[in-house]
Design a protein around this ligand. Structure first.
Ligand code: CP
Length: 332
């Protein structure tokens, strides 16, 4: 059995591993903070491991790949999917979880800092999944932690594991990414999932369309970043102009918790609602995705349409997160 080596020491050891181990070595002991750390080969590797995870879950349900390993799930913001899918992922791999889903019941409520909180949890766990309301919080935590930090959403910044599962969903549902037109709809200003997904899609030959109210447009810095990489992008105020050419319709919720003026939220929350009538003008092979939770922007009448992929998308997330845990703990 391999001796456990802390993350900071493993970083130094990785270049000396045999060539055949390099792809795994790129992740072993590493933090997952941003989609910017991945290239296309990484994504192919992650999705290959995720498919193996799915096959194992379907065959045996739970197995002992990470037996003896412990995950600390540290959530400063509410979560259903990310928190519970990481818990399920760790338990299906035979490991166990320290759940801190309400930091108000932890010593954070007494004023403990983020660096001290992660330095505490790494005494008890092998990997820490962190959701935090501030942009850059996971990167800050990673500066102090010896164990791998996985960013589960940092304010309006990034949500890299969501983007990975989103891309895996596209690959599984449509069989390819190159050549697709992806239309992102809703709150593109505050939606961290679209920020991460747009960056990840920039590794492929895609057309990106953005449909949002004027004050919730995709941040100009991100649009410029993708433009400099040659990604064709177009902005629309209404879905009609983009829907007919769309292969992936990625719908997002207007993020109430990010608004300073709740009057703006009330005015914008119903700006777009996807109904069966909307889909009547869409391609037969299109998929509708949503990171969820939804709060009215996709009518429940759409759920039975085969193009509605958002519930399957959640399940894909389990396999991707199992793959990521196995990889950062050196067992993929
Ligand atoms: N998609 C997503 O991050 O969902 P939760 O907020 O429920 O984790």
């Amino acid at each position: 059995m391999a001796t456990f080596v802390p993350a900071n020491e493993r970083r130094a050891l990785s270049p000396h591993l045999p060539l055949g181990d390099r792809r795994e070595a790129r992740f072993y002991g590493k933090d997952i903070l941003s989609v910017s750390q991945f290239d296309r080969d990484d994504l192919e590797y992650i999705f290959g491991v995720a498919k193996e995870m799915r096959a194992m879950v379907e065959r045996v349900g739970t197995f002992d790949l990470l037996k003896g390993k412990i995950l600390a799930n540290l959530f400063y913001e509410p979560s259903t999917r990310t928190s519970s899918s990481f818990t399920s992922a760790m338990e299906r791999l035979g490991g166990s979880v320290i759940p801190i889903n309400e930091v108000r019941y932890s010593s954070v409520a007494k004023g403990e800092s983020l660096p001290d909180t992660v330095r505490t949890l790494e005494c008890y766990a092998d990997v820490i999944v962190l959701r935090h309301p501030e942009v850059g919080a996971s990167a800050e935590a990673a500066r102090y932690a010896r164990k791998p930090i996985i960013n589960a959403g940092d304010g309006i910044g990034e949500h890299p594991t969501q983007a990975l599962l989103d891309l895996f969903t596209i690959v599984e549902e449509l069989g390819r990414v190159d050549g697709l037109t992806v239309t992102m709809l809703g709150d593109l200003k505050y939606g961290r999932t679209v920020h991460s997904l747009a960056r990840l899609l920039s590794l492929y030959d895609v057309q990106l369309n953005y449909v949002s109210p004027d004050i919730l447009r995709m941040p100009i810095e991100l649009v410029e970043e993708l433009k400099s990489r040659g990604v064709p992008q177009a902005e629309y105020a209404g879905l009609e102009g983009a829907l007919g050419e769309t292969d992936v319709l990625y719908v997002t919720r207007v993020q109430k918790e990010r608004f300073d003026d709740l009057g703006d939220y009330e005015r914008l929350k119903g700006a777009y609602v996807i109904t069966p009538e909307t889909l009547s003008a869409a391609k037969e092979q299109m998929v509708v995705m949503h990171p969820l939770p939804r709060v009215g922007e996709i009518s429940m009448d759409v759920d039975q349409d085969p193009r509605a992929a958002y519930f399957r998308q959640m399940e894909y997330g389990l396999y991707v997160r199992m793959a990521l845990l196995a990889m950062v703990l050196g067992k993929a």
